[in-house]
Write a protein that binds this ligand. Structure first.
Ligand SMILES: Cc1cc2nc3c(=O)[nH]c(=O)nc-3n(C[C@H](O)[C@H](O)[C@H](O)COP(=O)(O)OP(=O)(O)OC[C@H]3O[C@@H](n4cnc5c(N)ncnc54)[C@H](O)[C@@H]3O)c2cc1C
Length: 447
């Protein structure tokens, strides 16, 4: 049986390693950073740990729930009903139920009906494949109306895609709404979190991988590929050369493109069509809560963040020595000024605006501010994105690829990363049928 070398030790790479090792393959995982986990990484706070970037999961995340069961972590999942709000026209509105929708003043009664009907249609009935060439915003302006789009959908897409918001195809929106609607029970949205943070998952997974004999090599960025006769024969890393076997790349496509530029320029050019954008989370550690909302969308302009995610409204502040924790979240493109800013500049820019939304907020209640950022938070899903998604089995022998680009038209998530890891394993001839599959749309293109 061929051995497997996995490049990238985020959840996609680690899940693929688990599946492959379980089926008896010899596996190595090569990770650039000292820590495994990629975007799921955590830091210490209030005597506990917390993700750099807010993370929750959904009741229908069956792949993730499968992995948690495998790792005997099921008992550590906390499920809770969460409150969502929208800040619009200088006011916070609760946005959780049909009654909240009726009370939502920024849109008219007729607009509310259009909002309900269009959301329901997209979440339940629309076919993403025939909507790929349609911009979500164009569709919303036409069918949901101007006030609905300006108050709800445009801010949501601006937050998520920044300057790319107009390009996002309706297909992406269908994937997202489907995911959200499936997680709702009796109107309230149940979200899950792991008691002790995703670090518990990462630690358990890494331990299991070691027990299965997987070689885990961190602090070893891949620097060069050894390609001869259209065949990948090895990788050169800071910690040595690794040869022989199938190579599965789970790193963002932008990094793989650079590695391929010299030896496989045509293929690199194709991969280069996939763009990424960044995210920054400024985390406030506070003596008091900001609100009762877990998730607050900022739908007024003039704010340097698009969402306030108050983590301690999902997980009790007791878990953090009674500190209250809120993420101020912002997605950005490399062309935006925020890309060049230092963490201090970003936190200053964001924190000074908090009092506008929460007038009771007192700066003396701030214990500490933490800032985390990444330039590869998500792929830019633009019109006909499915045509850009590369095949898992690349034109270069022994080189396989499975990364966030394959999580389409769903929203990227830890759950969907496990799905694409399973699909990649199948392409490499490894059995992955035992992994349950939810109704998500990811993992269907490119495999
Ligand atoms: C702000 C934000 C909020 C999110 N919220 C949620 C949420 O609520 N729920 C949810 O389920 N998901 C959420 N996600 C998404 C989730 O974190 C990702 O979908 C998932 O972690 C992607 O995993 P990955 O392994 O594909 O990629 P990554 O985590 O990016 O891993 C790629 C790995 O490759 C490594 N690498 C890069 N270059 C090289 C190289 N040359 N050599 C070796 N290694 C290399 C990197 O260091 C990294 O560890 C969120 C993401 C962000 C940014």
């Amino acid at each position: 049986m061929r051995s497997i070398i996995i490049v990238g030790g985020g959840i996609t790479g680690l899940s693929a390693a688990y599946i492959a090792a379980k089926s008896g393959r010899k596996v190595r995982v090569i990770e650039a950073k000292e820590q495994f986990g990629g975007l799921l990484n955590t830091f210490p706070i209030g005597g506990n740990r917390l993700e750099f970037f807010y993370h929750h999961f959904f009741t229908h995340d069956v792949e993730l729930l499968w992995l948690l069961r495998e790792l005997k972590l099921e008992d550590q999942i906390i499920w809770d009903n969460t409150q969502m709000g929208i800040y619009r026209n200088k006011k916070i509105y609760s946005f959780n139920s049909p009654t909240d929708l009726l009370k939502f003043k920024p849109i008219s009664f007729f607009g509310k009906i259009r909002f309900g009907l269009t959301s329901f249609f997209l979440g339940k009935f629309a076919d993403w494949q025939i909507k790929e060439g349609i911009s979500a915003l164009d569709w919303f302006y036409k069918y949901a109306g101007k006030s609905v789009t300006d108050s709800i959908w445009k801010p949501l897409l601006d937050i998520k895609f920044g300057p790319y918001a107009n390009e996002v195809p309706l297909s992406w929106m269908i994937g997202r709404l489907r995911q959200r609607m499936n997680s709702r029970k009796k109107g309230a949205e149940q979200l899950g979190y792991l008691d002790g943070s995703l670090q518990i998952l990462l630690d358990a997974l890494l331990k299991e991988l070691k027990d299965l004999g997987v070689e885990l090599i961190s602090g070893a960025p891949v620097l060069e590929l050894i390609i001869e006769n259209q065949t990948l024969n090895g990788i050169i890393t800071e910690k040595g050369i690794f040869k022989n076997g199938d190579f599965l790349f789970t790193i963002p496509t932008v990094f793989l493109t650079k590695l391929l530029e010299k030896e496989a320029p045509k293929y690199a050019q194709k991969l280069n069509q996939i763009e990424y954008f960044g995210a920054v989370c400024t985390i406030l550690e506070m003596k008091k809560p900001l609100s009762d909302f877990y998730w607050l969308n900022i739908a007024d302009s003039g704010f340097p963040f698009g969402g306030v995610i108050e983590h301690t409204n999902l997980i009790n502040a007791k878990n953090y020595n009674h500190s209250h924790i809120a993420y101020l979240s912002r997605y950005f493109a490399s062309t935006e000024p925020i890309y060049e800013m230092t963490n201090e500049e970003i936190s200053e820019l964001m924190v000074e605006k908090i009092k506008i939304i929460f007038p009771d907020f007192d700066f003396h209640d701030l214990i500490k501010i933490h800032v985390f950022r990444t330039n590869t938070a998500a792929t830019v899903c633009d019109k006909f994105f499915s045509k850009k998604i590369p095949k898992c089995m690349s034109p270069i022998r022994n080189l396989f690829l499975s990364n966030m680009a394959h999580v389409y038209p769903d929203e990227r998530s830890a759950n969907n990363s496990i799905r694409i890891a399973a699909e990649a394993c199948k392409v490499m001839g490894i059995s992955a049928e035992i992994i349950p599959q939810n109704a998500s749309l990811s993992g269907k293109i490119g495999f």
